[in-house]
Write a protein that binds this ligand. Structure first.
Ligand code: AMP
Length: 491
């Protein structure tokens, strides 16, 4: 509701008037204090009013809409086995399968002491088990747009009794070309309903969507525009394009990173990088749109269990991943869209932990860097990184060979602090031609990430492209609520 820095939340969950069975689940989750978005959104959603919420994944936004939805559905909750007593009353739409899965897991745990049923449907997996679950009846349905329309078409679900709709990460849904699907779905819903739209950005497209489908929404913001999480240390390393793979290996080893997401701009780049760093002894897996849903889930689970050290991901695949206390993310490529930078670094420094966002920037990525700095409204620390030959295998914890130039100003990790790319000094390396492709700042370039198909070495767009202007990014969070106490101190 304000455009200023986040103030620590002084609210408590007790004061919202939530039912004891919901409060019990909150307690079991170990949440003691509502996050700022929860403190602001829960009372408004409980009144039945539409909401336009500016919040990213990582701010606690899922509970900010799920908890009041459960509360509002409780009067209609039924213990009857009859499907007719369990119509879909709340629909939550998300852009990606992973986010749908995570939201569904949260909803399930918050609803655990209520008779309310929930289900999740997304593409890339067999429809039949989803159809069976839908036929039995669920009050809360979490879905990606395409698969939901498949179910509607097959008449396994009916949306005629939806009272509450959530558009989660609406900006990303538009980015991914889901607007026509969204419109189709919205036309199937009763006009009398509550609509909650959450988005990291309030771009003109989002505002248009809200103006069409929301009724006098209450706007809720938790941080000032274009903010990045304050507990994330951001460093940009100048590095030659051909040194980037070696740089990733070096950063992982030097910093002893046991769990890191490495972001690439393309599916082929992600696969290639995962293979290359595996050859150098780092346990890695790639997740991107060409991997099946099961492969992606398996990789994510292995990563969460600590069996994979480096998860190499494209933006779309990584969207919404909730991995608590991820110590670092590495941007192998700087994203074509500056807003993706904020989403990427939001994967670290979550839930009270501090994190490092390490970005590799080659000389031909200066424009992307400038766009990021413009968006977050501050310059980033740029250090120079000299990379050891990729073939050299260091012992764990060994340090890379750094330039010991006289004018160097060493940082904690021994890299030279500098602010310019004017004096190229990188060693000549064998360069993978794929990574030498010049950046072409065309409007469609940003979607080259997951929305591309690589056939016979040509990259062709697959999905509709959207021209998203550099929109105000609203979200992020101050640190105070994140200091999640150990579960024993839950109230
Ligand atoms: P979200 O933004 O919904 O993806 O939530 C990010 C993470 O914060 C998830 O791991 C949640 O379980 C956690 N979380 C949500 N609300 C709270 C809270 N009030 N206190 C502590 N952790 C929370």
């Amino acid at each position: 509701m304000s455009d200023t820095d986040v103030k620590p939340s002084t609210a408590t969950f007790d004061q919202f008037g939530l039912a004891p069975e919901i409060l019990k689940a909150i307690d079991e989750q170990g949440y003691t204090t509502p996050t700022p978005i929860q403190a602001q959104a829960i009372p408004v959603v409980l009144t039945g009013r539409d909401v336009m919420g500016a919040a990213q994944t990582g701010t606690g936004k899922t509970a900010s809409f799920s908890l009041p939805i459960l509360q509002r559905l409780l009067p209609n909750a039924s213990t009857s086995a009859s499907p007719a007593r369990h119509p879909v009353r709340a629909l939550i739409l998300t852009p990606t399968r992973e986010l749908a899965d995570q939201v569904a897991a949260n909803v399930r745990s918050y609803a655990t002491h209520t008779p309310l049923r929930s289900a999740v449907v997304f593409g890339g997996v067999d429809m039949n088990p989803q159809s069976d679950e839908l036929r039995r009846g669920v009050e809360i349905l979490i879905a990606t747009p395409g698969r939901l329309l498949d179910h509607v078409q097959q008449k396994t679900t009916n949306l005629g009794q939806v009272q509450m709709l959530v558009l989660d990460e609406a900006d990303r849904m538009l980015d991914m070309g889901f607007l026509p699907d969204l419109q189709r779905i919205l036309n199937l819903l009763p006009k009398e309903r509550q609509t909650l739209l959450f988005s990291a950005t309030f771009s003109p497209e989002i505002k248009k969507l809200a103006a069409t489908y929301l009724r006098t929404p209450q706007t809720i913001e938790v941080a000032r525009s274009n903010s990045t999480a304050t507990n994330v240390t951001q460093v940009v390393y100048e590095v030659a394009e051909g040194d980037k793979t070696g740089a990733v290996v070096q950063l992982i080893r030097e910093r002893g990173l046991k769990q890191v997401i490495v972001f690439c701009n393309s599916k082929i780049g992600a696969s290639r990088l995962a293979r290359s760093i595996e050859k150098q002894g780092i346990v890695a897996a790639a997740i991107h749109g060409d991997r099946s849903q099961n492969e992606r889930m398996q990789a994510l689970d292995a990563f969460k269990r600590g069996e994979i050290e480096a998860l190499v991901a494209t933006d779309v695949a990584a969207r919404g991943l909730d991995i608590v206390e991820l110590p670092a993310v590495i941007n192998f490529d700087l994203p074509f869209n500056a807003e993706d930078y904020v989403h990427r670094i939001g994967r670290t420094g979550r839930a009270g932990a501090s994190g490092d966002a390490l970005s590799l920037c080659s000389p031909n990525e200066k424009k992307q860097l400038a766009d990021i700095e413009k968006l977050i409204k501050r310059p980033l620390t740029v250090e120079r990184l000299v990379v050891d030959a990729p073939a050299v295998h260091h012992e764990s914890g060994s340090r890379g060979r750094h330039d010991r130039g006289e004018r160097s100003e060493r940082s904690a990790h021994g890299h030279r602090r500098t602010g310019s790319f004017d004096r190229p000094h990188h060693r000549a390396q064998a360069v993978d031609e794929f990574f030498l492709k010049p950046y072409e700042p065309s409007p469609s370039a940003r979607n080259a990430a997951d929305d591309t198909n690589v056939t016979n070495n040509t990259v062709t767009p697959q999905k509709p492209q959207s021209k998203q202007p550099l929109a105000a990014l609203l979200g992020g969070l101050g640190a105070s609520w994140r200091n999640k106490p150990s579960s024993s101190s839950s109230n």
